[in-house]
Design a protein around this ligand. Structure first.
Ligand code: 3SL
Length: 246
C-alpha cells in the first residue's frame, strides 16, 4: 500500500442514515457504507473466503432473478434468511467453502439499500469492524474526502454503525479536516471512545442487538464486533462489489 497522504485538505464526514445522504456530496467522496450488524460484516467475510463478487440488490425478487444466471442468491429481511434462498446474512454462512469463487446476489434490509443510496459515490467501499485497520490504512493513502455512511435501521440512527464510524474517524482525524458538518463526526468519535473497551457490553441495550438476540444469533453479534478478522476491502465497481486489490 502506498504511504499516508499528508498536507491535504480532505475532509471526513459521518452520515447517520441513508435518508440524509442528499445532504452530502457523494460524487467527490469515497463513501464507506457501514452495516456492522450484519451486511457489510458478511460482505467482508465473503471476500476473505474467496467469493468472487457480490451484487447488492434492493429487492428479494431481484436477488432471486440472479439464480438463473448461475449466482448463489442471498436474501434477508428483518434479520431472517428468506426461505428458498441459498444464503442469509450471517457472516458464518459466508465462511462455507461452497462460496469460494462464486458470484452472489444479495438483498438485505438496510445494508444493500444504503449501497444503492450512495451508488453515485466517487468510490464506494464496505466497512466493518472485521476490516477496520486495512480500511483505515487504505483511506489514509487516498487524497480524497471520506464519507462514513451508517446504514442504520430503516432510515433510523443506530448505535453499532455509529461506533464503527467513530472508530474510523478517530484514526483518520489526525490527517483529515472537519468541515461545517463536524458534529456527527465528533459525536461518533466520542461514542466510540466510551464504547471501545467493550463494544459488546456497550451495545447491550441497543435495538438491533435485541432484535438479533430474539432470533438467537448472539454469536453473529460477538463475531461482528471483533476487530480485523476479515482484512479485505469490498469495493463497488459498475454496481458489483469485488475485492479491492492494491
Ligand atoms: O439490515 C441489514 O442489511 C442487515 O444487516 C440486517 S440483519 O443483521 O441481517 O438483521
Amino acid at each position: 500500500m502506498s504511504s499516508t497522504v499528508n498536507n491535504s485538505n480532505r475532509t471526513v464526514e459521518v452520515c447517520f442514515s441513508p435518508a440524509l445522504i442528499q445532504l452530502h456530496d457523494v460524487t467527490s467522496s469515497i463513501v464507506v457504507v457501514i452495516d456492522v450488524l450484519r451486511a457489510t460484516s458478511s460482505m467482508c467475510v465473503a471476500f476473505a473466503n474467496g467469493v468472487r463478487s457480490v451484487v447488492p440488490v434492493a429487492t428479494v425478487e431481484e436477488s432471486e432473478a440472479y439464480r438463473a444466471k448461475g449466482f448463489l442468491v442471498g436474501a434477508e429481511r428483518n434479520g431472517e434468511m428468506i426461505d428458498g434462498f441459498d444464503l442469509g446474512n450471517s457472516p458464518f454462512s459466508y465462511m462455507d467453502p461452497r462460496v469460494k469463487d462464486k458470484d452472489i446476489a444479495l438483498s438485505t434490509t438496510n445494508g444493500t439499500q444504503a449501497i444503492a443510496a450512495a451508488k453515485d459515490a466517487y468510490m464506494l467501499v464496505a466497512g466493518s469492524f472485521l476490516n477496520l485497520d486495512i480500511l483505515c490504512e487504505w483511506l489514509l493513502t487516498q487524497d480524497k474526502n471520506v464519507l462514513l455512511l451508517c446504514s442504520g435501521w430503516k432510515n433510523s440512527f443506530n448505535l453499532e454503525d455509529t461506533l464503527f464510524a467513530g472508530a474510523v474517524a478517530e484514526k483518520l482525524l489526525p490527517h483529515f479536516e472537519l468541515n461545517r458538518m463536524r458534529d456527527a463526526v465528533l459525536a461518533s468519535v466520542h461514542l466510540y471512545g466510551l464504547a471501545k473497551n467493550d463494544l459488546n457490553t456497550f451495545l447491550e441495550q441497543s435495538s438491533h442487538r435485541k432484535r438479533l438476540e430474539k432470533l438467537h444469533i448472539s454469536k453473529d453479534i460477538e463475531y461482528c464486533l471483533t476487530l480485523n478478522q476479515a482484512p479485505v476491502i469490498p469495493v463497488l465497481v459498475d454496481g458489483v462489489l469485488v475485492k479491492l486489490t492494491a
